[in-house]
Design a protein around this ligand. Structure first.
Ligand code: PLP
Length: 388
């Protein structure tokens, strides 16, 4: 395979003149921080996922933190989640003073193994945070049934889950509480940003107040033309609000979301068809009830079939000017969590085995079909050359 001249990154935000105009308009308007544009972004987003309320904040991490605080999760509580996630999910549990309890994953999907959740529940368990890893969704009926039985709060980490459908309904609405990310690698981006969606008025109101220092009124209500400068601190909150500049990006990205999704779906099909023909390489699969947002395309190398490791594959792909990533280093492999969880060799065997074989390949709407085919051809060549 002839090496391409330019580097194909693992991910890149997609935009055109619409985003530039929208941001420029906000800058020219003189109101840059959270205001009416943010309110419009929240309304569009809530409508899209089918939620009653949406609170735009400066990250998915902030959205999850607010939701846990709003539900009063804290000291002495336990929260169940998955090791196959970004540190943010689990850091939030620690930040509210609770103890993370991790449940191993299902090998086919990489999602939390729902059948193992009940065994992890104690009288201290207060919440479950399922992660819609890579864009494929957890079995929410089963998770909500467990939550109901033990009176637990469910907070969905939908950082990857915008557009994901569970049994035909979008994640984030329909009575669920979910947190989305608009970080620059995500299916839509506001550079940095996140959204908390919920149907629960109490969570919504608490999240609004805590997202801005605990103030009874936001800046728009204090400095707008019908404003009143008074405000009160109801409890010490955080500085988590998004800006209207970022929200303007979000509104334009939402207009393009369905078209971008179609391209992702098409590229995933090309990847799947090609990788089905490569011996020793597989990819993570969806459950039947899921329509994935295809946020990440993750292959799984069977290390026993090659004379090189997963990391060697990554290095050779880089030599061919192909960017990749690994999602994720399981939580228990990070020194802080190894100690906190009292991790022992042999714990979470499914996550560990999956981690040893996974690579996230480039997937973003502004790459071309030819880019996708190039990646599959290089992979095939590496696999053939290094087959045992
Ligand atoms: C699964 C998961 N949860 C949470 C986050 C945190 O998102 P943010 O960077 O918007 O805080 C990420 C970010 O990559 C993620 O992948």
């Amino acid at each position: 395979m002839i090496k391409r001249n330019d580097f194909l990154p693992f991910c890149k935000p997609c935009y055109d003149e619409d985003e530039i105009t929208a941001v420029t308009d906000v800058i020219k308007s003189g109101w840059w921080t959270k205001g009416n544009v943010t309110k419009e972004f929240e309304r569009i987003f809530a409508d899209y996922v089918g939620a009653k309320y949406a609170v735009a904040v400066n990250s998915c991490t902030a959205a999850m933190h607010l939701a846990l605080l709003a539900k009063g999760i804290g000291e002495g509580d336990e929260v169940i989640s998955t090791p196959m996630t970004f540190c943010s999910t689990i850091n939030n549990i620690v930040h509210v003073g609770a103890k993370p309890v991790l449940v191993d994953i299902d090998a086919k999907t990489g999602l939390i193994d729902v059948d193992k959740i009940e065994a992890a529940i104690t009288e201290k368990t207060k919440a479950i945070i399922p992660v819609h890893y890579a864009g494929r969704c957890c079995d929410m009926d089963k998770i909500y049934a467990i939550a109901e039985k033990y009176n637990l709060f469910v907070l969905e980490d939908a950082a990857h889950g915008l557009s994901t459908e569970y049994k035909g309904k979008r994640i984030g609405g329909h009575g669920m509480t979910a947190a989305f990310s608009f970080y620059v690698t995500k299916n839509i981006s506001t550079a940095e940003g996140g959204m908390l969606t919920t149907d629960d008025e109490q969570i919504y109101e608490k999240a609004c107040i805590l997202s801005l220092h605990g103030m009874s009124k936001d800046a728009w209500a204090r400095y707008g033309n019908k404003s009143d400068w008074h405000y009160e601190i109801e409890e010490p909150g955080f500085k988590y609000n998004i800006t209207d500049i970022a929200a303007a990006l979000g509104i334009e990205q939402m207009k393009k979301l369905d078209d971008m999704q179609k391209i992702r779906d098409e590229y995933v099909e090309i990847y799947n068809n090609a990788i089905d023909k490569i011996d020793g390489i597989d990819y993570l699969k969806d459950n039947d009830f899921c329509k994935s947002s295809n946020h990440l395309y993750i292959i799984n190398i069977d290390n026993s079939k090659f004379d090189i490791t997963r990391d060697d594959f990554i290095n050779i792909l880089r030599d061919y000017n192909i960017g990749t990533s690994v999602h994720f280093i399981p939580i228990f492999m990070h020194p802080f969590y190894k100690d906190l969880l009292g991790y022992k060799k042999g714990d979470f065997p499914v996550s560990k085995k999956l981690f040893d074989g996974i690579i996230s390949l480039p997937l973003f709407p502004s790459m071309t079909r030819e880019d996708v085919v190039y990646v599959t051809e290089v992979l095939r060549e590496i696999a053939e050359k290094h087959a045992k």
